[in-house]
Design a protein around this ligand. Structure first.
Ligand code: PLP
Length: 339
């Protein structure tokens, strides 16, 4: 008799997350900060790195710094081991197994995975039908990954208005810094809105895993329960606080540089008759048939970008212009090889 498989039945057909991540000369595949992290954050890491003690329970110092940065009181903020962890904790805290999570496809690929890991049924849905889907949790990503598009504020407000009392709406603002547009001003009038953010993109702390969410204190308290204590390491908290204070000028300077290079990349792609989608983020999505083969040929030329199948296209992280020039050369060559 065959031994039964270990583990939850619902996990059987969930695979490990495995995007192509082998090292590449120029890697513009994951939307992290191409210039690194603020020097002040790097220096702050050294100060605490040798401590044998546990970190703070719920990252109170980080919450205070995030409070100053966002203009929200610390009681309206929760943090986590990357916003992945914040999203996962929120899904777990605010739903029951068997509930549905509705999202607008294509979007952040971890969302349907986190839904299933928590026993939820992920359902792709049109933006205008989100509230009507009857799903317990509604997910909107703005600017959206991988398309880069900013979701219309009026449309988000309509979702909030038509949502019923037992629905929670998550707006993922991982790329907020590259457009400056936010819905956190709606938090005080909507107690079922949770806005998630990350320090992995504009702040350059992807390797340290620092994410956060903003919401009504009652909602935040539930997410903190499911998140649990000690979720942000001492090194990550110190770097996060430094990035939000002494490092903020560095961060702002590189956001501005990213936006200049993004606009130049958009122009260059248009010149090649490869009209990209408009972008409010630190990446550009180029609709392109045969994207998987083209990305592979670009990798052979030392340049990594992220290929998507549905819709077919390439997502290119905006970095230093010299690297983007190499991306364009590799793209030109790959297209002629693959055609
Ligand atoms: C990168 C990204 C995240 C995850 O960020 P971490 O804080 O590194 O976990 C969340 N949402 C979106 C849309 C992202 O692109």
């Amino acid at each position: 008799m065959r031994a039964s498989m270990p583990g939850r039945a619902g996990y059987r057909d969930i695979d490990l997350y495995a995007p192509e991540r082998s090292p590449c000369r120029i890697d513009l595949s994951d939307n992290t900060n191409a210039w690194g992290m603020p020097p002040a954050a790097r220096a702050a890491m050294d100060v605490v790195a040798g401590s044998p003690r546990y970190p703070s329970l719920y990252a109170e110092e980080l919450k205070r710094a995030l409070g100053v940065y966002t203009g929200m009181p610390p009681a309206w903020i929760t943090t986590g081991c990357g916003s992945d962890d914040v999203l996962d904790s929120a899904i777990r805290a605010l739903t029951e197994p068997g509930d549905r999570l509705a999202y607008v496809a294509p979007t952040f690929p971890m969302i349907p995975i986190f839904a299933r890991l928590n026993g939820l049924v992920p359902v792709p849905c049109a933006l205008k039908d989100l509230a009507r889907s009857g799903a317990r949790l509604l997910y909107i990503c703005s600017p959206n990954n991988p398309t880069g598009e900013l979701v219309d504020r009026g449309a988000i407000k309509r979702v909030l208005k038509s949502a019923s009392a037992d629905q929670v709406i998550i707006v993922d603002e991982a790329y907020f810094e590259f457009c400056g547009t936010t819905v956190i001003d709606l938090l005080r009038s909507c107690d079922r809105l949770l806005v998630t953010r990350t320090m992995s993109k504009a702040f350059g702390l992807a390797g340290l895993r620092v994410g956060y969410a903003l919401g009504n204190p009652a909602l935040i308290a539930e997410v903190e329960k499911s998140r649990g204590p000690y979720k942000v390491s001492a090194v990550a908290e110190a770097a996060g606080v430094a990035a939000l204070t002494d490092g903020l000028d560095w961060v702002r300077k590189h956001i501005a540089r990213t936006i200049v290079n993004r606009e130049r990349l958009l122009e260059e792609l248009c010149r090649r008759r490869l009209p990209p989608l408009p972008s409010a983020a630190n990446f550009v999505f180029v609709p392109l048939a045969g994207s998987i083969a083209i990305a592979r040929a670009m990798r052979d030329r030392g340049v990594a970008v992220r290929a998507f199948d549905e819709p077919a296209g390439l997502r290119i992280t905006v970095g230093e212009w010299s690297d983007l020039a190499d991306v364009l050369t590799a793209l030109d060559e790959a297209r002629s090889v693959c055609s």
